[in-house]
Design a protein around this ligand. Structure first.
Ligand SMILES: [Zn+2]
Length: 384
């Protein structure tokens, strides 16, 4: 929230009177909304109702990020834009619509893609972020950025006749990665453009996202944080399932993700199960120990950070922190027998996949990492 709280003027008091009348909202709640800011990433099917309702409700500052132009095929599900807007940048059309709807709202039109390079700077000045995108790369990017920046992320997605919504990256709740640790195989899930979508469905889910955003800003009711809402429009069924934070989640659990990665690359990676023969193998600490004792030539790569390396390591390992991979591995013969490890085996699993993808033939991930190595092979390596 802004440090200098701005009061409502008489026109605003009239405009919001039916909302101020709600005892649990009141004048104080309406002032809170005026002094709140929400970033909506995506000015399409989900972003349209979210932006319209948040602006109508009196959220003082709304950022809209989009890199697309209005197309005539968008209009059945994107009421931020109308026929005369076709060809305009969506952020311009959205701003004009919101300003016409409520001149008391400040609109930040954020052009271009939200990327790993700019996401943290873009979200920094907002109280809350709404994921109104339709692609997995941006979804993981926003998730990781919101976890790193400690901003609540109101999630929504639609697929044909079904939709989902939740609130992620809250102080104690799960994040998107807790539920969906790996992206679907490329091509396994089609976009709205490819699969088709009933226009009203993103309207419904985007409106739920706006509702959750308002509740969060006002501290009202029971948030969807910790629950996933599943909406089936054909059966008219709304269900919520409990979802918990995964202690092994690399974003919000172990917090191994300390910087934003290349999400296009992350989502282009084939899902592990579908990767076929080009998949890294695994090895247990005892197996590795016996191979080393037999004098096998194995290149051991430690992908942890230098401070972890200083705590303890496998003697013949080479340090190549995850962030330096796979480039750092360029000096290694692609035919060598490679074992990668980290603290618990999660980061090294990513590194192993990267190495396989750039052509290394014999890559294995050390199951359980240095921690299990310490427990099962060499107790002199301190556990941390
Ligand atoms: Zn998580």
């Amino acid at each position: 929230m802004d440090s200098r709280r701005r009061p409502l003027d008489s026109e605003e008091l009239a405009r919001y009177s039916r909302q101020i009348r709600l005892p649990s909202l009141g004048l104080a709640g309406q002032e809170t909304l005026k002094n709140s800011s929400v970033l909506i990433v995506g000015a399409g099917g989900l972003g349209s109702p979210a932006a319209i309702y948040l602006a109508s409700a009196g959220v003082g500052r709304i950022g809209i990020a989009d890199d697309d132009r209005v197309d005539v095929t968008n209009l059945h599900r994107q009421p931020l834009h109308d026929t005369s807007d076709v060809g305009l940048e969506k952020v311009d059309s959205a701003r004009a619509r919101i300003e016409a709807l409520n001149p008391f709202v400040r609109v930040d039109a954020i052009r271009g893609r939200v990327t790993s390079g700019n996401a943290l700077a873009v979200i920094e000045s907002y109280d809350l972020v709404i994921d109104a995108t339709d692609n997995f790369a941006t979804r993981y990017l926003l998730n990781d950025a919101c976890v790193l920046a400690a901003k609540p992320l109101v999630y929504g997605s639609v697929d044909r006749f079904e939709g989902q919504a939740s609130v992620f990256a809250t102080k104690d709740g799960p994040c998107y990665r807790c539920l969906f640790p790996t992206p679907p195989a490329p091509g396994a899930v089609q976009s709205c453009a490819d699969a088709g979508v009933l226009g009203v469905l993103p309207g419904l889910i985007g409106t739920i996202q706006a509702t959750e955003a308002l509740k969060w800003l006002l501290g009202l009711g029971e948030s969807l944080a910790g629950r996933l809402l599943l909406v089936d429009t054909l059966g008219v069924r709304f269900r919520t399932i409990e979802v918990e934070r995964d202690p092994n989640c690399p974003a919000c659990g172990t917090r191994e993700i300390r910087a934003l990665i290349d999400y296009d690359e992350f989502c282009a990676r084939p899902a592990y199960a579908a990767a076929g023969p080009a998949i890294a193998g695994t090895i247990s600490p005892r197996e590795l120990s016996s191979l080393l004792n037999n004098g096998e030539a194995i290149t051991i790569i430690d992908v942890r950070e230098p401070y972890e390396w200083n705590i303890g390591r496998i003697p013949t390992a080479r340090l190549m922190p995850l962030g330096s991979m796979p480039d750092a591995a360029a000096a290694i013969d692609r035919n060598s027998d490679i074992v990668v490890y980290c603290h618990h085996g999660v980061r090294s699993d990513l590194a192993a996949q990267d190495l396989v993808e750039i052509g290394f033939r014999h890559v294995r991930n050390l199951i359980g990492g240095i921690d299990r190595w310490s427990r099962e092979v060499d107790p002199r390596v301190p556990r941390y």
